[in-house]
Design a protein around this ligand. Sequence first.
Ligand SMILES: Nc1ncnc2c1ncn2[C@@H]1O[C@H](COP(=O)(O)OP(=O)(O)OP(=O)(O)O)[C@@H](O)[C@H]1O
Ligand SMILES: [Mg+2]
Length: 360
Amino acid sequence: MSEEYAVVSVEASDSERAAEAALRPKHLADFAGQPVVREQLSLVLEAALARGRTPDHVLLSGPPGLGKTTLAMIIANEVDGSLRLTSGPAIQHTGDLAAVLSSLQEGDVLFIDEIHRLARTAEEMLYLAMEDFRVDVMVGKGPGATSIPLPLPPFTVVGATTRAGLLPAPLRDRFGFTGHLDYYSVDELTQIVARNAIKLDADLSREAASEIASRSRGTPRIANRLLRRVQDWAQVRGSGKLDLAAARSALSVFEVDAKGLDRLDRAVLEAVCTRFGGGPVGLTTLAISVGEEPETVETVAEPYLVREGFLVRTPRGRSATPLAWEHLGLVPPAELRGSSDSRSGGASAGGGLEDPLLFS
Ligand SMILES: Nc1ncnc2c1ncn2[C@@H]1O[C@H](COP(=O)(O)OP(=O)(O)OP(=O)(O)O)[C@@H](O)[C@H]1O
Ligand SMILES: [Mg+2]
């Protein structure tokens, strides 16, 4: 992905992870938003603590940057267990997993990020460990090899995935609790930004907090990043105060508009509207016209544009909705204005042709 689009990217670069670590809430009570998951998780944890047992295995699913890793750390903290970190891609062989499992201490929390990317053979070893607290260690090679069962102390697996649908059912079934994280409201993000400003020692006004929140695509990771950019601007170009004017100036420098769209997002919408009459236009043609790879348009720009109702994917290509025209300050062609109902079956901008299969 081009670095220039990174300001609203949902992915974190390696250097950003350190900045993120400093902003992670440490307790469930400080974790803003996600009231359902928070309540469910607090029940699971409190009950386990009351019984003096390790909590059931927890699966956390949801889009990037919404707090899965943060929650895993909170869980370890709340149950006073040591956190052991690994990830699906880091476990290439069953031996790697056996080594991790056999070093676990009672009450440890084993966090497996991107658990949908575990190798099949490792998955089977994990089933046994999760269910029976046992790992079969292979000793020797070839025909003489034997497997020795090694009992494991009680521990808790916390799995995180952005693709819960890719987890095989037997693995999913071994989690006693699954929490699904969803996008945050502007109010929740405002609260997160305001709290983090204190941690960053930034003098942030309430209006600036909600301005940043409303441009953050429902994602705390993006909100935190925009907060840091506004802080940069205030320090270098402003008075040091993060007020509404500073927030707006900073976000305009970084080309994040009022709806959280960046340059690529707007380029895509503009191309669909002005060059292709609102669409439908095929992905490849669209990508060429904005000078990007089809994959970048599809994975970086489209998900948010579709989610926010600016773009619809139809079997014949991408179409702009009236909202897109309005957002760009453009007047849609007459046939798109208030007449989407008269074009039943046509490529109406209202998305009448939306194919649910395209969204799976
Ligand atoms: N509810 C929240 N309250 C406060 N900060 C949050 C919350 N959720 C996430 N954050 C912050 O957002 C950033 C990203 O969160 P985190 O790394 O937990 O996301 P993730 O779901 O693990 O993302 P990925 O799928 O990319 O691994 C962190 O800095 C974290 O502190
Ligand atoms: Mg994570």
